[in-house]
Design a protein around this ligand. Sequence first.
Ligand code: C2E
Ligand code: CA
Ligand code: CA
Ligand code: CA
Length: 280
Amino acid sequence: QLHQKLLTLQPASGGPSKQPIEQVPLHELLTLGIGARQITPYYQPQVRITDGRVSAVEVLARWHHPKRGWLMPASFIGLAEEQGLIDELSWVVFDKAISQLGKWLQNGYDIAMGLNLSSESLTVVNLPERIDNLVRKNNVPPNHITLEITETRLMQNLTYSLDVLTRLRLKGFGLSIDDFGTGYSTMVQLHKIPFTELKIDRAFVHSASDDSTASAILESSAELGRKLNMTIVAEGVEDQSDWNKSANAGCDLVQGYFIAKPMSADQFDIWVRQRQVAGG
Ligand code: C2E
Ligand code: CA
Ligand code: CA
Ligand code: CA
């Protein structure tokens, strides 16, 4: 793994800029990369299962390093969390993505946006105000933004998290419980936090058609979400059978490679136009 390999190489004496890139630990490259705003949002559509209309996009971070090329979140999000860089990283992504959403809305393209929020950031007391200021600056109504929080990590900081999440909700932001089904204290959390959306983990979605346990989890998660008045998203929809299973389970939105992969804003604009021409 790239990140492991780089971390084992100790920097030589002198500033990082004088070293060959291979010898710079990845966390130093990441600090520089965040400062240079090399982290960039990609957008993956979420479409309504009833009519295929694009309802929202999920923002997924990509790191464009000038020498290393494009890096995926698996190689830098965990590292950013360990190194205390995740707030700064998220801010670069949020700033670019929300400004893009402002443009889409201004051009009459009415979609919502899901942003991944690290549970580490839920201890930042003024987070709701900061995000609120950012959306106002870009003329984006808060109800067009849903913050996605991964279920497994949420319990670790529940006391702090509850305060921040409740205040975000009061300001009108949506709250999504991500990777639903993979955590162990799901029910407790659902009861305490005002979630508006439930995203069923792709592990259950893509194996639902050939695994009866996965299928049961997909169906009962969707039922639970429906009873709690939440929007239900199936993620990791990779083929027609995943789509059908999600539809039968009563999911509202679907997201996955079967619909589209994450794309740059420009690619997304082209994708939307082609889809409209095709009447899809
Ligand atoms: P996630 O939030 O569960 O995001 C969905 C992941 O599934 C994305 O991986 C997406 O590209 C991938 N995916 C989408 N459709 C399919 C499909 O049909 N099949 C399969 N196998 N995969 C699919 P990605 O972009 O590599 O992101 C991985 C994770 O990194 C995300 O998982 C999220 O937890 C984290 N992440 C990404 N961007 C950010 C960010 O800006 N901030 C934070 N805190 N975390 C982020
Ligand atoms: Ca997510
Ligand atoms: Ca997920
Ligand atoms: Ca499948």
